[in-house]
Design a protein around this ligand. Sequence first.
Ligand code: NAP
Length: 272
Amino acid sequence: MSAGVRTVAVIGAGKIGELMLSGLLRSGWPVDRLLATARRPARAEELTARYGVRVVDNLTAVDEADVLAVSVKPQDAAVLLDEIGPKVPGGKLVISLCAGLPSSFFSRRLPEGTPVVRVMTNTPALVDEAMTAISAGAHATGEHLALAEEMFKPLGSTIRVPESQQDAVTALSGSGPAYFYLLVEAMTDAGILLGLPRQVAHDLIVQTAIGSAVMLRDSGEHPVKLREAVTSPAGTTISAVRELENHGVRAALLAALEAARDRARELAAQAE
Ligand SMILES: NC(=O)c1ccc[n+]([C@@H]2O[C@H](COP(=O)([O-])OP(=O)(O)OC[C@H]3O[C@@H](n4cnc5c(N)ncnc54)[C@H](OP(=O)(O)O)[C@@H]3O)[C@@H](O)[C@H]2O)c1
């Protein structure tokens, strides 16, 4: 059975679940092969109005769907699995989008033999530029990974990683968009400090971010090489780079990502 003729239920369709729904629809996934669940009736109405998707209760989703994509907050996962875990028929694929939670968290609460795939995507899925990392949990075969890839490929790029790397992935690409937004915000402020109108500063830095990202992706060059090309001897760029190094930007990033990785571990411990 090809991916498109399977029914996917997004269990807990909040921000990330909605990204997945809208991405699947944009990629041509038939709406009658999608289900969603939500806690609040207002959220259910919103999803149906926006996407025409059928919103059902969790147990109906478990019964009708072939693939269960769980996208609740990590702290809500145990309550959800207490409800649906024992009712999941053997062989249904469970895909977790929950940050931090190991696939074993799911396996312990699902019938023996249930295949689990752990996925970490990010919000640029909204513009089909997501970075999605996919890992096999217990009982997940190559076919299950391929199916997960087929579902997430239309939302951007996908990569397979061992599950042991998923907390690092969460820190790097799951939270990553926030770091870039923070940089853009700070650089826009810097432009204002230098006397530029806010909109001009914003436009300059956003296009510079896009151009730099495309070069990083498409040139195949190491970032150091690309930076060197902008850094002439005794020039303006090296003066700025000295200040970035003086203020410990590199060390701050190392510490920040370690903190995000540790927080993913804490969330998993609290969810137990
Ligand atoms: N946001 C990101 O950038 C990002 C990136 C990567 C991964 N993630 C992961 O994605 C997951 C979801 O994050 P989010 O930002 O999308 O959170 P969110 O917007 O709060 O979405 C979670 C949704 O789950 C619903 N829900 C909770 N318990 C439920 C239950 N028992 N039955 C049915 N629905 C239930 C909530 O309903 P109510 O709205 O009614 O409470 C909410 O709509 C998290 O595990 C997070 O770690 C997020």
